[in-house]
Write a protein that binds this ligand. Structure first.
Ligand code: FES
Length: 104
């Protein structure tokens, strides 16, 4: 099921506020980061050397990779350590209490 190319993921109520969780949408591993009524979707791999990120290492706008400490912004994908690198980010929308994610 999809809305304008957005794929259904989790219910908003199942993501604790100010937490980040892992999920899968269309067999793609994603991280969803709830900040109030907004949810930001990112990939799960660090843009530095593709180490899998840990959602527990995300606070506020930043996720920190435990491998070498690189910090990435979950809203923009910007990597603070190397501007040429970018964490994958995906558009989201909230509809009927469901988080929808556009993968492509
Ligand atoms: S792989 Fe993430 S900081 Fe190096």
């Amino acid at each position: 099921m999809d809305i304008l190319g957005y794929k259904k993921s989790l219910f908003l109520q199942d993501i604790p506020d100010n937490k980040s969780v892992e999920t899968e949408v269309e067999n793609m591993a994603l991280m969803l980061h709830r900040r109030g009524e907004q949810v930001y979707a990112t990939g799960v791999y660090c843009p530095h050397a593709e180490v899998r990120l840990d959602p527990r290492n995300c606070t506020g706008d930043l996720i920190i990779c435990k491998a070498h400490g690189y910090k990435s912004n979950i809203k923009t994908g910007e990597c603070l350590n190397e501007p040429d690198l970018k964490l994958n980010t995906f558009p989201t929308l909230i509809e009927a209490g469901v988080v929808w994610v556009k993968l492509y």
